[in-house]
Design a protein around this ligand. Sequence first.
Ligand code: TRP
Length: 332
Amino acid sequence: MKTYLTGMTPTGSPHIGNFFGMMQQTIALQDEKAKRYFFVSDQHTFTSKRDPEEFRKNQRNVMIDWLALGIDIEKTVFFTQSDVRAHTELAWYLNCITPMGLLERAHAFKDKTAKGMESNVGLFTYPVLMTADILLYDVTTVPVGKDQQQHVEMARDIAQRFNHHYGETFVLPEARILEDVKTIPGLDGAKMSKSYGNTIPIFTDEETLKKKVMSIQTDSIAMGDPIDPDCTVMQFHNLFENPNYDMLVDKCKNGDVGFGDLKKELVGLIWEYFTPARERRIKLEHDETYLRECMMKGAVKANEKAEEVLGRVRDRMGLGKHISPLPILNQK
Ligand code: TRP
């Protein structure tokens, strides 16, 4: 049976581009017959962010966002990386068999430092922590966007090196590339992306949503002029499956509708589309007991598996299988 694992780095509030890009596909994996681990890769954020308050906020919010959008903890082991100490321990062992040259070839590191990001050792060795994230759960398949493909290939390479040196220990993972099935335009018509500041957030109040939608850039047209049915506003009507879409296309072509009306209708459409998730999110935000229970359940299951694999690793390397039982394992 396949085992999926995917990590979500908490970097702020998710937007519509994230949803139709990766989140929706990731959530849909829950309908497949497979084992699944989804985790919040919070420790990865320290390579570039150091504000403890913001960290806590993002760590909590990303968990609530994913639960609200449809992660089902009965189908998926959903946990937070920093609740499983084995990730950082394994990363050290893997660091020691990873050649410098392998990491020097990482596109992400080169891109980030070229853009002026501080090049600390954590940023350099981040693919090794990611490798540990993957190898700890005997993962066969890692669903990721194209930008992460090289990192999964590195994980496979590092696992092979370890197996070659110490004997069969790790399952070799493969990437499953999640294609950008749809390119989601931002407010300015370019690809929606946090770095362009052109996003529409998923979870927001109606007033903000309205302002955002009203600010979608459009051609200036006179009353009665036709509208391009492929314009950004109409792309959104299509994406959000407006039942009147075909009728609107005709109206656009005939000059029977203006951007103001199209945008107003769009606000209602987006608002309704995310209403169930928004309502779940509001409930979750106020249910500390349930949230803690989710985190605990995930942490216990993840630690169980991670300790099994780490024990295998330690044993191969000549260490004792386990240090004294970890406190977390006694909390069951
Ligand atoms: N690096 C991934 C990202 O930035 C997140 C991530 C961390 C991840 N560890 C992982 C993804 C392990 C898949 C598997 O999106």
